[in-house]
Structure formats: C-alpha cells, structure tokens
Design a protein around this ligand. Structure first.
Ligand code: C2E
Ligand code: CA
Ligand code: CA
Length: 705
C-alpha cells in the first residue's frame, strides 16, 4: 500500500490496469452472451420451430388422412375405395414420417413426451384398419363406422397433436423469453461495466489532473517565478510524498541552491568590485594608487603630445614619519597617513590626481600653465608643505605629532615624456630635497640624475671594495695633553679606489650604512687594526673604533665584535668605541644594553662629536660614557670665535662634573694645544699631533719613540 501512496506511476498503472480489466471483462461477457444467445436462438430455430412445424404438418396429414377416410367411407366403387385407401395410406405414411422426424428432433429432450400421441395414433390407425377390414366389399355402413369409435380415436390423436403443438409453442416461447432475459441481464451487466469503465476513466483523468497536472502547474509557476529572479518564491504546500512531493522538495533544494548561487554571485561581484577598487586604490587612505597615477600620467603625456600644455609631477616623502610609527605605534602612523592624505586632497585642485605610492610617499599630477609652471610648482609645493607641517592630533589620545615632507618636482614635457621617466625625475629631486635638509622642495635638474647614477656606481664599487679588502684602516694619534705622550690611535677607514682615487669616509660610510654594510665595515676595520697592532712594538697602545649610529640598534653588535678581539688576541681593555651623539636618537634601551655589554667586557666608550647632536644630560648619565670627545668644529673655531670657546669650556666643565675625561679633536696648532691643556682637557687629537697614517707608519713612529 505504501507504494501506492508514494508513487504516482504505481497509482496510474493500477488505474489503467483496472480500466483494461473492465474492458476485457466487457469483451468476454459480450462474447459469452452472444454465444449463449446464438445457441438458444439456433435451438429455437432448429428444434422447437422445426418440431412445431413437423407436428403441424403431422396434424395436417392427420386431417387429410381423415378426409381420405371420408373418401373411403363415401366410395361406392371398389376402385374408389382402393384409391381412397391408397390416399389414406400415403397420409398415414406421412404422419408416421412426421412422427419419427419429431421423435428425432426431440431425441435429447426428455421433457417432451410424444408417447401419448404415438399411442393415440396407433389406436386410431388400428381402429381405421379394423374399420377398413370390416368393409372389404362396401357392405357396411361406412360413414357410420367412420363417425363412431373412429371419430373418437381421430379426435384423441388430433387433440394430442394440438396439445403437442401448444406444448412446443410454450416451450419455444419460454426459450425465447430466457434469451430475452439473458440479453436483458447481459445488457445490464454491460451497461454497469461500461458505466464503471467510464467512471474509472473519468476518475483516471481526474487523478491525472489532481495528482499531476495541477501540482505540475503549481511547480511550473514557482519555477517560472524563480527563473524570473524571485529568489524568495515559496512552493505552496502540496503535502505529498510521491514523485510530485519529491519534485516539490527538489524545488526547495533548487531554490536554496539558486539563492546560494546568487549569494555567491553577489559575493563574487562584491569581491570583484573590491578587488578592482583595491587594484586602483590604496586600502589605507583610499587614494588612488601608483597604477592609477601612472595611467593619469600617461593621459597627461598623450595630452601634451597634441596640445601646448604642461603638467607637474610632485613626489612627496614625509620626514620624521618613521619615529611616529616606531614610537607611537602603527595605528598612530596609519592615522597620520590618512590625515596627511586628506590635507593633500584639500590642497590640490579638482582634476589633479593625488596618489599614495606606498609607505609615507605620495605623488601628485597637476596641470599647469606651460609659461608659468615653475612658479605654480613652487606655490603648490609650499602649500603642500604648510599643510603637512601642521600638527596632527591623534584621535582618542592627547598626543599630537609633527611631520614634515620633502618634495621633488618634475615637469612634463621638460623633464621627461613618459610616466616612468617623469616619476623617476620627481623621485630624484625628492631625494635631493631630503638630503639638503628636509622640509623643502626641489625641482629636478639633469645634474641630479648624473649624481644619482654616480651614487649607484659608487655603491657597486663600495660593495666590491669591502669584500676585496680595498678599504683598510689608518690610524690617527691620540695624545695625553699633560705629558704629551702617545696613548693610542683612532681607527679611520680609508678607501683608495683604483680609478676614483681616495674616497672620503664621510662619503662612503653613510653609503655603507644605507646599504646595510656598516657592520661588515666595522668588523673588517677592527680585525685589520688588531692584526696591525699585533705587529707594533708597543703592546699597551690603545685603539679607538668608530661605531655608526645605526649599529647601536643592533643587539648583535657585541656578539660580532667581541669574538674578533678574542680571535686576534687583542685585550678588550685596549679598545675604545666612539659613539656619535646622533646614535642616541634611536632606542636608548637597546643602546644601553649594547654599551653595557662592551663595558662589562672591559671596553671603554667615548661620546664622539659632542656638542653637534642633541644628547641630553640624561643620556650622558644614563649611558655612563667613559670619555667625551669635543667636536673638532668647536676646537677649530675656538681661536677666532668666542662663542666656540665658551662651548668648549662648558663641555669640559660638564664632563668633569660627571667625572669623565675629555678628548679635544681638531687640534691643529700649538696654540690650541696650550689653551686646551690650560683648560684641563685630558686628551687631544689633531693634525698637530699627526694625521691618520698607515699601519706601517704607526710601526715606524712607535719604533722611533
Ligand atoms: P670622526 O670620528 O670625527 O673622525 C675624526 C675626523 O676628523 C677624521 O676624518 C679625521 O681625519 C679628522 N681630523 C682629525 N684631526 C683633524 C684636524 O686637526 N683637523 C681637521 N680638519 N680634521 C681632523 P675622516 O678620517 O675623514 O673621517 C671622517 C668621519 O668618518 C669620522 O669622523 C667618522 O665619523 C667617520 N669614520 C671614519 N672611519 C670610520 C669607521 O671606520 N667607521 C665608522 N663608523 N665611521 C668612520
Ligand atoms: Ca671618531
Ligand atoms: Ca669626531
């Protein structure tokens, strides 16, 4: 039963089978009825009507036999008698023939009894024969004889034959009536069957409509709405658990899939839009990115090719942004970048393009009057610098930071005719602005490009020089001012380039710092100096090594340098490190850790170039320097400049009050030596004592001493 509840196919199959069964039943019943009716009709025809006709003919023959009997009775000649008897005999023969025919017809019908008729006829014919025999010569009163007993016998036979006819008629009527009834019943059954078949067919059609057509229509409508984009269309409750129910359920799955597909499509479109935006915009500030800038620049280039137009390309790099990021955190850094981006947007004109190139670098493409673009550029740069310089108050904190910017400017078409060249030109100009003091702007000049290329070549040469050992230490004497005795040397790096000649450390040391090669340079100088010193006669002579500011942020510095001393068997107590004041602008904690490590190993630490940077008393005390080196600029100008002398006095008194000896750099004259000695300066260094010299010259000097 469950199958018929869950399967339309099973139900329809059952209904069609029932309909077919009814039709087959109809056909079989009709065939049977026709066969029976045909049999009975044939029987009535062949048996009962034939029997009735036979008996009828028998009756006729009997009457004619009686008439012949009458002729016999009335015959008055022997000849007539004979003829009448012959006639009677013929009729008797016919009667007997009919009788036996009738008996043959009724042979199988036990109900019909012809025995009384046969007996009556036998008695009648016997009486007739007796009457004839009695009247051989016509002597008797024949007619009287004919009417008497003979008449009675005749009437018996005639009555029996009539009764037989009547019986036959009744029987054939009964048979015909039974056929009628049968046909009536059959028609009834057929009508019922046909009605049942029609009802079944109607039911079948109704079920097809209710079970299939109607729900299919509902599902089709829902599907059409779904296809038209109505993703919230609901399938009306069909409450079915057959194929249609499965289809309705499948629709829900389909709709859910369509919804999911649409959601996925929407997400994809959103992601694509987002990706397109990301591809064109800087995610932090929302400004266009480098790609967009390059495209805009290309448009400008194309425009300039066809019209007397000019464009300005400005590259803006923020100054002092790195400390904001490092000290205030990246969130503050991001905030500052966004704020600066807004300010830049406020400054530029509508139609100009402003983009973030990355990090703290921005760029602007602005249209300009070809006859006055230089003035326009300077005005724009100044407005930008003023906007950037204003303090940025960091949201949700009491802090404000001040950043500046260096701006490089290139002009289209003067400085280049393609986006790449123009951006590079503006970039070069920006670097020049940065190098020349920051917070300012520079127009691109051809010479800048040459210098930059030169710088790049120098960088390549420096790398090679460092690894080929082209850079070697020279040594400048350090003297005890009171006794005049040589107590040590400052290691000063020297680079003699085969083509360039001598390259100054002021030139190559900053490059080595920028290239990240400064620790290699320092280590190489120390190792070479230790080896050189091992050949010198004076085993107590001290060496002073310059440490670059960037190295004081590198925790690995002690681990790099101390093993060299051990490997080269140079006593740490003979080494001094010179740290410039600018080194203290970085992370003071790391610097302190590094310096403490060295001091624990027995190495002394001097504060180099004192007075030129911004080290505070706090730094001096906190980092526990062993010595202070007064920058040579004060010493050199001391003789001419009263202010410088006051600074030298102040440094000396400060150092002495903190218990630190001082070293005066840049002593070129005897007079400077005397004045500094008089002021109580402990140590001195300068051309007066000697310039930086080679290791061999040091050996000669020490041997002579
Ligand atoms: P600094 O550490 O201040 O070195 C002293 C500089 O003053 C040296 O210049 C020296 O030649 C010069 N000088 C010495 N006495 C006098 C004098 O009486 N008059 C004048 N006018 N100058 C004098 P140099 O060798 O050109 O070195 C320049 C700077 O390069 C150094 O300044 C130092 O900061 C840096 N430097 C040199 N070698 C190295 C090194 O190996 N490592 C590091 N990190 N820096 C080095
Ligand atoms: Ca130095
Ligand atoms: Ca110095």
């Amino acid at each position: 039963m469950k199958l018929f509840r869950t399967s339309i196919r099973a139900r329809l199959t059952l209904l069609v089978c029932a309909l077919c069964g009814l039709l087959i039943f109809l056909a079989v019943v009709s065939a049977l009825i026709l066969t029976v009716v045909d049999g009975i009709t044939e029987e009535i025809d062949n048996k009962w009507l034939a029997a009735t006709q036979t008996i009828d003919e028998l009756g006729d023959s009997l009457e004619e036999f009686r008439v012949a009997e009458g002729y016999r009775a009335l015959a008055h000649s022997a000849d007539m008698r004979l003829r009448a008897e012959a006639l009677a005999a013929g009729h008797r023969h016919a009667i007997l023939a009919h009788l036996s025919h009738y008996a043959a017809l009724m042979r199988n019908d036990g109900d019909t009894d012809i025995v009384p008729l046969r007996n009556a006829l036998t008695r009648y014919f016997a009486a007739h024969d007796a009457w004839i025999s009695a009247d051989v010569d016509g002597e008797i009163d024949a007619p009287a004889g004919m009417n008497g007993a003979l008449q009675a016998r005749y009437q018996d036979a005639e009555a029996l034959s009539d009764r037989l006819i009547e019986a036959n008629r009744v029987t054939s009527h009964a048979r015909a009536a039974s056929v009628d009834r049968l046909v009536d019943n059959a028609i009834g059954v057929l009508v019922i069957t046909v009605v049942a078949a029609i009802l079944l067919a109607i039911w079948l059609v109704a079920r097809v409509h209710i079970d299939i057509a109607f729900p299919l229509g509902t599902i089709t409508r829902s599907l059409s709405r779904l296809a038209a984009g109505d993703r919230n269309v609901r399938m009306p409750a069909l409450d079915r658990n057959d194929e249609i129910g499965e289809m309705a359920n499948a629709f829900d799955v389909f709709r859910a899939n369509a919804q999911a597909l649409e959601a996925a499509h929407c997400a994809l479109t959103a992601a694509e839009t987002h990706a397109q935006r990301l591809a064109r915009h800087d995610p932090l500030t929302g400004l266009p990115n480098r790609r967009v800038l390059a495209a805009e620049l290309q448009k400008a280039v194309d425009h300039v090719a066809h019209a007397p137009q000019a464009y300005l390309v400005l590259v803006i790099d923020l100054d002092r942004f790195k400390p904001v990021n490092d000290l205030q955190g990246h969130a503050a850094g991001d905030f500052v970048l966004c704020e600066i981006a807004r300010r830049l947007e406020d400054v530029v004109r509508k139609g100009d393009t402003i983009a973030r190139l990355g990090g703290d670098e921005f760029a602007i493409v602005a249209q300009a009057d070809p006859l006055a673009y230089a003035d326009a550029a300077m005005q724009l740069a100044n407005r930008l610098l003023a906007a950037i310089r204003k303090p940025v108050f960091i949201a949700d904190s009491q802090l404000y930071v001040e950043v500046g910017a260096s701006i490089g400017i290139a002009a289209l078409p003067n400085d280049g005719r393609d986006p790449e060249t123009l951006l590079r030109a503006a970039d070069i100009a920006m670097y020049r602005a940065k190098r020349e003091g920051k917070g300012t702007s520079r127009f691109f000049e051809e010479s800048m490009d040459r210098e930059l290329r030169e710088q790049a070549l120098l960088e390549i040469d420096l790398r090679r020089a460092l690894f080929d050992g082209q850079i070697h230490p020279h040594y400048q004497p350090l003297v005890d001012m009171q006794s005049g005795a040589l107590y040590g040397f400052e290691i000063l790096a020297r680079w003699h380039h085969p083509v360039r000649g001598d390259v100054a450390p002021d030139v190559f040391v900053p490059i080595a710092e920028n290239l990240g090669l400064i620790s290699e340079l320092t280590a190489a100088m120390l190792r070479r100096a230790c080896r050189d010193a091992s050949a010198w006669p004076d085993t107590a002579i001290r060496l002073s090594l310059n440490i670059s500011p960037t190295q004081l942020n590198d925790r690995c510095l002690p681990a790099q340098l101390l093993p060299i001393l051990a490997e080269e068997r140079f006593a740490p107590s003979r080494l001094e490190l010179e740290i410039t004041e600018t080194a203290l602008a970085g992370d003071i904690k790391i610097a302190k850790t590094i310096l403490t490590d060295f001091q624990r190993a027995g190495i002394k630490v001097s504060l180099d170039d004192f007075g030129t940077g911004y080290s505070s008393l706090y730094h001096l005390r906190e980092l526990k320097f062993d010595k202070v080196k007064i920058d040579k600029s004060f010493v050199l100008s001391m003789q001419r400049d009263n202010e410088s002398e006051k600074i030298v006095d102040a440094i000396l008194s400060l150092a002495h009050s903190l218990g630190m000896p001082a070293v005066a750099e840049g002593i070129e004259t005897r007079e400077a030596l005397h004045r500094l000695r008089a002021k109580g300066c402990e140590y001195g260094q300068g051309y007066h004592f000697g310039k930086a010299m080679s290791a061999r010259d040091v050996a000669t000097l020490l041997c002579e001493a």
